[in-house]
Structure formats: structure tokens, C-alpha cells
Design a protein around this ligand. Structure first.
Ligand code: ADP
Length: 647
């Protein structure tokens, strides 16, 4: 080390002490010449022994210190220390220039100390960088954030806070939060919550607040608060957050409005649907006996809408012979322990003595609490019932007309059928008289002729009975019958008529035919109609035999088929369907209802009636019907105990 402190005698010890200090120290004389320096100055600032005695301006490290000479003079003049930051490459120093004097002598120079603060500066820079970085992040947050002191005075906010509330940093610094903006926040009411939170007793519960902004108008905000504390610091702060939920609230409100509108709309639809279909709904909670009716059901029963529904009230409307729906529900519930669907039909006897027909479909279900509840749709089917009855009547009338029409064409046959036994009776009666007049009277012969007379009278009576059965007005009856026997009766009635027209009839009746269930007269009407049509189709034929084959046979184990095959004119393929249309006829005196009535009769017997063209000439008309009565399985349906349609 270069030592030597000009003008300071016997300072050896002091110089050694200075060499132990790691801070570079340089002594500069009044004339700005380097007097001496310690070891740290040599190591740290690169001074060498040659620099002693040189002016600071000529020593590069010192020459880089701005205005050093001026400052040294100032310090010598004022006797007051001066400091400055000095950057040397990537090192930072705090340079202190202190006045230097020995004993009572006047100030003879300055002492320059260089404290290396590079590490400190680096950590400060890092801290500044972190702070700026955090600020930048906070400024990107779209929601307003503000840090307040425990007494709720604003300390700093993010950009969104200042822009949202239209305030500046300066004007809000230290201002109570509830004075922010137009002072609309009722923070005073939240103070208790803040205190609880700061005392660590409860977390802050976010609060919904309304605030009127200068430009944006009224907004809904969610205000939250979180305590901020830094380890090792007793001071606490609070981060207050604001979340603007106006758009969400508006969307929710719009959605609520929409769903309410939709609900109202579907309710209106339902009500209108119930009104149009004359269907009301009914619910019965088994456990509580709670009954609810829809408006339409009140209207059907003609009760004031909303009046309490009781069994007694219902009974004032239900036909005395019928069981009400509620009673039926109770019966079903007791019998089956609930959870079964069923249908029920009953009548209402209205105060003006008119009758309404009800058809109910009930469904057992469980409500939210698992309790059994019956729900039923009750339809007023009066109009349908009346039109069904009218339709049945019209069908019966039409069938009768069809039969009566056929009767006209059978006159000759009938006359023959009746005439034959009548002439037999007359002949026998005359013979009998002759036998009785003889001497001695031939009593045995007379007895025999009387017997024959009775037999002929019976035959005539049979013909009349059959005719009355076939052509009298009679409502539908179902019985078990032998189709062959019914066919033979029809043949007997029409045989002479057919023969008169030159028809050669062959009956090929199957002998293993099972009994069928149906209406004898109606089925005979169909057979008669098919025979008549076959004869008509052959009326103009003279180049071939008018062959007519009537055949019965068993089909598909459970059915019978009857076919009538002729050698007539046949029909065009395109007529196959319209022949069965009502009033379609190709005959001059025809009515065109025979096949249409026949088809509906066969369909009511759950059968099928069809036509086919024969390979050579003519056509075959046939029907098939099942033998067994209607035993189709039905869902859990309870038929009404009282026949409907009889007011
Ligand atoms: P109608 O006998 O009064 O004409 P139908 O309904 O019994 O009424 O018959 C309708 C039409 O079907 C007849 O006019 C005829 O054109 C056709 N038709 C019916 N049976 C036969 C048949 N066996 N052969 C050819 N055509 C037939």
C-alpha cells in the first residue's frame, strides 16, 4: 500500500487502521491533489502509488465523479459533509465528501469515502420492479380494486377503480371510501362487518350494493373485502373489490321474465287445450284427501270455479246410477293398493236433467314426498256419444234399406216359397174333405192329409218367420251360430229366384266349421247380398253356364271364410276399391249400398270382406271372420258398471 499522509506527523497507526477498513478512502488536499488512500481504495478503485500527488482530475475513477472539485471546495468552505450516488460500471457507490482537519488547524482537505451499495441497489431495483409489475397486473383487472386503511380511507386503487368511479388518484388519497364517487355507498352500515373481519372473527360476507355512476347510471355491484397483512408488519390494510353484476342481473331478470312468460304461455295453451278438447284434470292426494280440479273441470260440472271440491259436491252431479270418479279411485286404491292406471266412464245428471257423458283416464303417481297421488284427465264425450249413437242408428237404417232393396228383387222367390206350401195345404185340405165325405169315411187317410196340411202350414210359417227376421227392423244381437245353417237359410229363400234367372248354384259347405259369434241376420244379409250381386253379374251372360259356387271353409284355426264365385262380367282392376264405396253402382236400378253395408257389418265382426277377379271369367267375393268373440287383451281398464246411453 502506498501511504504517507502529507502534513500529518506520526500517523502510522492511523494509516494501519484505515488499511483494515474495507471501504475505499481517499484523502484529497485543498489543492485537489490526492494526499493518500487506503488499501481498499487501491483494490476497489484501482488507485496506485503513482496517483499520490496527482490532481484528482488526472485519476480516471475520480475524474468520472461529476463536479467533484466543485463539491470538495464547497465542503471545505462550508465544513458540511456532502453525499452523492456514484455509478462506476455496474457498481453503485454512495460517495461521502467530508471536511478533513487535524487538531485545531483549519480544514486542510477532504476525505472521500466510497460505500459500495451495489447489492442494496439491486434489491431496491428488484422491489421497484416487483411493485410496478404488481401494479401493471392490477391495472389489467377489469373490476375495480382499492386498498384502504383499517379506518376505510383510500390508499391506492387500480386503474379500473379510478375510471369506474371517475375519480383521480390524488383526489381520493386518504379520503374515506364511503365518500368516493357521489358518496352513494352506505359503507357506514358495513363498518361493523369490516371491524369483525379485521378482528379476525368473521370473513367479510360479500354485499350487493347499488351505485349510480355519473356516466353509466345505476349499476349493481358485489362488494367484497379481504384483510391484507405483511408478515413482520403490524399495519393492516383491506383490499376492497367491486364486481359489476348488472349485466348478469339483467340477463337473469330477462330470463326470469322469459320463463315466466313461457310458463304463462304454456298455461294458456293448456287451458285453451282443455277448453277445446272439453277435458278437465283432477288430482287426489290419498294421504291428505286433497282434491284439485282444473278450471275446465269446474266448467264441465258447471260449478263455480275455485269452490272447494268434496265428494258430497261431486255426488250432486254424478248420475245416481253411476259411480263417481273419486269413488272409483278410492275403490281402486283399496283393491289394488294404488299405483295402477285405469279408465272410467260415468254420467253427470245436470240440474236441467240433461245428461253428460264422462270418460276419465286415471294415473297413479307419487308426489315429491313419495305420497300416492291420482291424476286424471276427464273428458266430456257427450257430443261424441250422441254422434256415435246417431251413426249407429244411421247404419242400422241403411242396413235395413239395403235389406228392403234386396227384398224387392226376391219377390218371385218369396212368392214361390210361400205359394208352394199354400197350394199343398189347399190340395191336402180338398183331399181330406173327399176322404171324410167317402162312405165309409177314410179317417186314417184324412188324418194323414191333415198331418201334411200342418207340415205345409209350418213350412209357410217358417218362410214368413225367416222373412220377418231378415227384413224386420231389429237391433243388433250377438249369438253363437252355425254359418252353414245361416247360409242354407239364405239359399232356401233365394233359390227359386236364382233358378228363375238360370243360375246353377253349387253349395260347397265345409263340414268341420266351428261356430261363430255374431249377428245372424246381419251375416245373412251379407250372404244374400253377395248371392244377389253374383246373379246380377251373370244376368246378361248367355255364352256359358251361369255357374255360382258358394263355399264355406275353416281358416287359420280360429276363423271361417265364405266365398261366392260367379262366372259373370267381372270387374276392372281399378274398380276393386270403389265397388265398396257407398252409392257406387253400375246397375240401372242399383243403389250401390250393398257392398258398403256388407263391409261395415263384417268389420264389426272383426273380419274382412274382399273381392278378386277369377282367372277365367267372373269374380269371387269373400269374407272371413274369427270364431271367438272379442277377447282382445285390454290394458288395466275397468268398464263402467252401468251401461251408458240410457239416461
Ligand atoms: P248395387 O248392387 O246396388 O250396385 P253393391 O254395393 O252391392 O250395390 O255393388 C256395387 C257395385 O259393385 C255393383 O254395381 C257392381 O258394379 C259391382 N259388383 C258387385 N258385385 C259384383 C260381382 N259379383 N261381379 C262384378 N261386379 C260386381
Amino acid at each position: 500500500m502506498t501511504t504517507g499522509f502529507q502534513g500529518i506527523p506520526a500517523a502510522i497507526d492511523l494509516i494501519h487502521i484505515l488499511d483494515t477498513i474495507e471501504v475505499p478512502i481517499v484523502f484529497v488536499r485543498r489543492d485537489f491533489v490526492i494526499a493518500c488512500f487506503n488499501k481498499a481504495a487501491a483494490d476497489g478503485l484501482g488507485l496506485s502509488a503513482a496517483d499520490v500527488g496527482r490532481t484528482c482530475r488526472d485519476v480516471s475513477v475520480l475524474a468520472r465523479l461529476p463536479r467533484l472539485e466543485q463539491q470538495c471546495r464547497q465542503v471545505i468552505a462550508d465544513g458540511v459533509e456532502w453525499r452523492a450516488d456514484f455509478r462506476d460500471g455496474d457498481r453503485w457507490f454512495v460517495v461521502r465528501i467530508s471536511p478533513c482537519s487535524i487538531g485545531d488547524r483549519p480544514i486542510s482537505g477532504t476525505v472521500l469515502t466510497f460505500t459500495n451499495v451495489t447489492a442494496f441497489r439491486a434489491s431496491t431495483d428488484q422491489a421497484i420492479y416487483e411493485r410496478e409489475f404488481t401494479k401493471a397486473i392490477l391495472n389489467t383487472v377489469a373490476d375495480p380494486l382499492v386498498v384502504v386503511s383499517p379506518d376505510l380511507r383510500i390508499q391506492s386503487g387500480n386503474r379500473a377503480f379510478y375510471t369506474t368511479f371517475s375519480v383521480s388518484r390524488d383526489e381520493t388519497q386518504g379520503v374515506p371510501l364511503d365518500e368516493v364517487g357521489n358518496g352513494a355507498f352506505a359503507f357506514r352500515t358495513l363498518r361493523a362487518q369490516f371491524e369483525e373481519m379485521l378482528a379476525g372473527r368473521h370473513a367479510f360476507q360479500p354485499v350487493e350494493v347499488e351505485h349510480v355512476f355519473p356516466r353509466k347510471g345505476q349499476r349493481t355491484l358485489i362488494l367484497g373485502a379481504h384483510p391484507l397483512s405483511v408478515p413482520g408488519h403490524s399495519q393492516r390494510r383491506v383490499l376492497v373489490t367491486f364486481q359489476d353484476i348488472t349485466a348478469r342481473k339483467q340477463a337473469e331478470a330477462a330470463k326470469d321474465l322469459r320463463s315466466e312468460k313461457e310458463l304463462r304461455r304454456s298455461e294458456a295453451f293448456l287451458t285453451e287445450g282443455q277448453r277445446l278438447s272439453l277435458t278437465g284434470t283432477f288430482s287426489w292426494k290419498v294421504a291428505t284427501d286433497e282434491i284439485t280440479w282444473s278450471e275446465q273441470l269446474y266448467r264441465i260440472y258447471e260449478f263455480e270455479v275455485g269452490m272447494p271440491v268434496t265428494l258430497e259436491l261431486i255426488r250432486t252431479r254424478v248420475h245416481p246410477e253411476d259411480v263417481s270418479l273419486l269413488e272409483k279411485m278410492k275403490m281402486v286404491d283399496q283393491a289394488r293398493g294404488g299405483s295402477n292406471d285405469f279408465e272410467w266412464q260415468y254420467r253427470l245428471l245436470m240440474p236441467d236433467h240433461s245428461i253428460k257423458y264422462m270418460h276419465a283416464v286415471a294415473h297413479a303417481t307419487r308426489d315429491r314426498d313419495g305420497q300416492l297421488e291420482y291424476i286424471a284427465a276427464v273428458q266430456d264425450v257427450t257430443v261424441r256419444r250422441i254422434s256415435e249413437e246417431a251413426l249407429t242408428r244411421a247404419r242400422t237404417e241403411l242396413a235395413h234399406v239395403a235389406r228392403a232393396t234386396t227384398l224387392g228383387t226376391l219377390t218371385a222367390s218369396i212368392a214361390h216359397e210361400v205359394n208352394q206350401p199354400l197350394s199343398g195345404i189347399i190340395t191336402n185340405a180338398s183331399t181330406c174333405l173327399r176322404m171324410l165325405d167317402a162312405d165309409p169315411p177314410n179317417v186314417d187317410g184324412a188324418r194323414e192329409t191333415v198331418r201334411r196340411t200342418i207340415r205345409d202350414a209350418d213350412r209357410a210359417s217358417d218362410v214368413i218367420t225367416r222373412l220377418r227376421a231378415l227384413f224386420g227392423r231389429k237391433s243388433t244381437t250377438t249369438e253363437s251360430l252355425d254359418l252353414n245353417e245361416a247360409t242354407r237359410e239364405v239359399i232356401a229363400l233365394s233359390l227359386s229366384e236364382l233358378q228363375g234367372s238360370g243360375v246353377i248354384l253349387r253349395a260347397d259347405l265345409g263340414d268341420d266349421l266351428p261356430l261363430v259369434t255374431g249377428d245372424r241376420v246381419q251375416l245373412q244379409q251379407v250372404i244374400l247380398n253377395l248371392l244377389r250381386n253374383a246373379a246380377d253379374a251373370m244376368s246378361g251372360i248367355d255364352d256359358r253356364p251361369k255357374q255360382l259356387v258358394i263355399r264355406t271353409e275353416r281358416v287359420d284355426d280360429d276363423g271361417v271364410c265364405l266365398s261366392v264365385q260367379d262366372a259373370g262380367v267381372g270387374f276392372a282392376p281399378e274398380d276393386i276399391d270403389r265397388m265398396f264405396d257407398a252409392f257406387y253402382t253400375t246397375k240401372s236400378g242399383g243403389m250401390g249400398i250393398g257392398l258398403s253395408v256388407s263391409r261395415s257389418i263384417i268389420e264389426r265382426h272383426r273380419g274382412r270382406l274382399w273381392a278378386a277377379r277369377n282367372d277365367d271369367q267372373g269374380a269371387t267375393f269373400a269374407f272371413s271372420i274369427p270364431c271367438a268373440p272379442d277377447t282382445k287383451p285390454r290394458p288395466a281398464v275397468i268398464e263402467p258398471e252401468h251401461a251408458m246411453g240410457k239416461p
